[in-house]
Design a protein around this ligand. Structure first.
Ligand code: ADP
Ligand code: ZN
Length: 715
């Protein structure tokens, strides 16, 4: 094995690189500078930690997140890597210990806060480092150097001095900020030496984006949380009061939740954050004061009870979910009312230019919530990244739409617009249609025939109709401080010809199953409990002993020897030595109790398998279903045996048909195949439900899926 891969496996327990990790590591150990742009959870740490191990001398890691340093260093030590940190929170005797480690050349990585680096006399601590062999300088959260970024820190400006003191030492700057203005600024401010840029996609595939109407949001939240009983999550609210009242509300409903906001006592804040990081409470209800410096990898959901100010904040906050790469959810409750409320928040007195920028960003945020196209596409395009039309993992892509005739409602609106002489905006018109008692509505207008004709529909429903009619080109909003609505020719034509006006309304969203990957769920829970006990004993966050992703792997492949455990992502030599026995014992106990066997042999075959052409290869779990099926078991029997739903088993079988391991004709007769084919011709093969709608009830989803898989394989 190459030394780079070997070191990755030995210390970090990973067998392959992610994103541009490998190229970056090679670039750095060859002595060059690099700018690394990778989304949260992309795997930035490896980009400097691995070179640190491969190069001679000590690597300096500059990070503003003092609260995080201890966890980062603990995680490194856990992998058998000599690391330590220096910041102002430490006692002077502790700092002296670290200084001793440095002077004795015992450290591979030193984490240091900027104020520590530049503090002190005679050129400060930085100058004192000159006498040692410095291998690499890494600047984490590098966007803090830019005024354009959302988290500017003046002390970061001094970082350009690093290049002066260590001109020959390679420097790597890393950030998850996607905004291009900030990115360019970073390289300049740090005075990097013609750095190579490594830009990864900012797409967070494993995060599902969902927007729900804000009505009855607390009830909806409870229903949502029901699926996440054992999981960690962050819920953002706008106000401090709301964090406390919502946390209380959740506690009353038996959820372990704590509030967090800038107004709480420091000890309280620290305790709540600590309890969350250590899995002692599952849910933090917070204002945006919470999150910076949270490295917890097993956050399964982020909920926004109120509208964020802009896409940047939203993306950063939702990005805290699913760092470990497992399926995670970002849910936002949206209402038009919030937009108006936020307009007041983002406006800054006496600064029209700034206010306009902020209002524009807010507008983009609301468009995102109102869009009927793929959410992910919108987000990625916002950050100047190309994206396909559908992602298959947002509420729009997963949702089903129903056509709805709103001719009558449209006529009411058109009529109101005309009668009020196209001089009013959407919210006034909606109040007018709903017969609002507000004094805003002029007395003479109350006499107009259309006043109050739309009172049967709520404000939100009306806003939705207005938006849809606007998108469909019936009405138009004039630009300006007071955007007024007017009719387009298309509306006049529709009125004249008495054409029906039909829009698409999203009905129930198909729930994504958070436990999509198939693994032994009970064992996973046992492993979590084991991890929790170990972490409490050592007083470290559970996720640095093993990530949720690692536990899922164990619960999938069921390793019972240290050798087998080494094949699980995140188990390097040190961890296997230290925790191997306990994990293997737990797995072993589970196997005995359930009379099943280790599936580690499936893991081996995984790496040697490659997807080729359009013929899909089938994964291990499908193979298992296939062999049970071939042994004569029925679908319900296989489902029971594998503790999976019959639906999942049907999916497996459909995939096996696609891969050519089973014959379509054995499952779907010719007549049905023809009917399904005909439906596909009409509505395409992207989504199942429109096809199903066209067909008789006696044709099942499974049969449709089987035909689709077969077609895809032939395509
Ligand atoms: P970032 O700093 O970019 O947010 P991290 O460096 O914290 O990301 O990595 C995110 C997660 O991905 C961690 O749980 C880490 O262990 C895991 N990870 C990083 N590189 C790899 C890899 N090559 N293979 C598997 N997991 C990885
Ligand atoms: Zn999508």
């Amino acid at each position: 094995m190459q030394p780079i891969k070997n070191t990755l496996q030995r210390y970090f327990g990973f067998s392959t690189f992610r994103n541009h990790q490998e190229a970056i590591v090679k670039h750095i150990i060859a002595g060059n500078d690099a700018m690394v742009l990778m989304p949260t959870g992309g795997g930035k740490s490896i980009c400097y930690q691995l070179p640190a191990l491969l190069l001679d001398g000590m690597t300096i890691v500059v990070s503003p997140l003092i609260a995080l340093m201890k966890d980062q260093v603990d995680a490194l030590k856990m992998n058998g890597i000599a690391a330590d940190y220096l910041n102002s929170s430490q006692s002077s005797s502790r700092q002296a210990e670290v200084m001793a480690e440095i002077s004795e050349g015992r450290l591979k990585l030193l984490y240091v806060a900027p104020e520590k680096l530049f503090g002190g006399e005679n050129g400060g601590f930085l100058s004192s480092l000159e006498q040692y062999k410095i291998a690499l300088v890494a600047i984490d959260e590098a966007h803090c150097v830019s005024q354009w970024g959302h988290d500017f820190r003046p002390e970061y400006l001094q970082l350009s001095r690093l290049k002066k003191v260590f001109p020959a030492v390679p420097t790597i700057a890393l950030t998850a900020t996607a905004d291009s203005l900030t990115q360019k600024d970073i390289a300049d401010k740090l005075a990097l030496n013609s750095p190579k840029w490594f830009v990864s996609s900012f797409n967070r595939e494993n995060i599902n984006y969902t927007i729900a109407p804000k009505m009855h949001s607390r009830e909806k939240l409870l229903a949502f949380l029901d699926d996440y009983k054992e999981e960690s999550g962050i819920i953002y609210t706008l106000s401090r009061n709301a964090t406390e009242s919502l946390a209380e509300f959740l506690q009353e409903h038996d959820f372990k939740a704590l509030p967090y906001h800038a107004g709480l006592e420091r000890e309280v804040k620290e305790r709540h954050q600590e309890d969350f990081i250590k899995d002692k409470v599952k849910i933090i209800v917070a204002t945006i004061a919470f999150g910076m410096g949270i490295d917890k990898s097993n956050v399964r959901f982020v909920v926004h009870m109120d509208l964020p100010k802009n896409i940047e904040s939203y993306y950063q906050e939702t990005g805290r979910a699913g760092r470990d790469g497992l399926p995670s959810k970002a849910l936002l409750f949206y209402s038009r009312g919030d937009v108006m409320k936020m307009e007041r928040f983002v406006e800054v007195d006496n600064n029209a230019a700034f206010s306009n920028v902020m209002l524009k960003k807010l507008k983009q945020m609301s468009v995102f919530c109102e869009t009927n196209t793929c959410r992910r596409q919108y987000l990625l395009q916002y950050f100047d990244e190309q994206a396909p039309d559908t992602c298959g993992n947002c509420d729009v892509c997963l949702g089903t739409f129903e056509e709805k005739d709103i001719t009558r409602q449209a006529q009411m609106l058109f009529s109101a617009i005309v009668r009020l002489k196209e001089r009013f905006g959407a919210s006034y018109l909606i109040d007018f249609l709903r017969g609002s008692k507000s004094s805003k509505i002029k007395a003479e207008q109350r006499q107009v025939k259309t006043f109050g004709v739309g009172k049967d529909y709520s404000k939100d429903v009306w806003s939705f109709y207005v938006r849809e009619l606007m998108n469909a080109g019936y009405i138009r909003s004039q630009e300006g401080t007071y955007p007024t609505l007017s009719l387009e020719p298309k509306a006049w034509e529709a009125l004249k010809a008495q054409q029906p006006i039909v829009i698409k309304e999203r009905v129930a969203e198909t729930e994504t199953n958070i436990h999509q990957t198939e693994y032994e769920y009970d064992l996973f829970m046992d492993l979590k409990a084991l991890r929790y006990r170990m972490a409490s004993e050592e007083n470290v966050p559970p996720y640095i002993i093993a990530s949720d992703a690692a536990l899922v792997e164990i619960a999938t492949y069921l390793p019972i020897t240290n050798q087998a455990l080494k094949q699980m992502a995140g188990f390097g030599e040190m961890k296997v030595e230290k925790y191997g026995k306990a994990f293997c014992n737990t797995v072993n106990g589970y196997l005995k109790q359930n009379q099943i066997e280790s599936r580690i042999h499936l893991k081996k075959s995984k790496t040697s398998k490659k997807r080729s052409g359009t013929v899909s290869t089938i994964s291990d779990t499908f193979k298992e279903t296939l062999s049970l099926y071939k042994s004569g078991l029925s679908i319900p029997e296989i489902a029971a045996k594998r503790s999976l739903s019959p639906n999942t088993i049907e999916n497996h079988l459909a995939r096996c048909i696609g891969a050519g391991s089973l014959k379509l004709n054995d499952f779907v007769d010719n007549k049905k195949q023809n009917a399904i084919e005909a439906a596909i011709k009409e509505v395409g093969m992207e989504k199942l439900s429109p096809i199903k709608e066209l067909l008789d009830d006696n044709i099942s989803y499974f049969e449709i899926r089987a035909v689709l898989e077969n077609k895809r394989a032939l395509a």
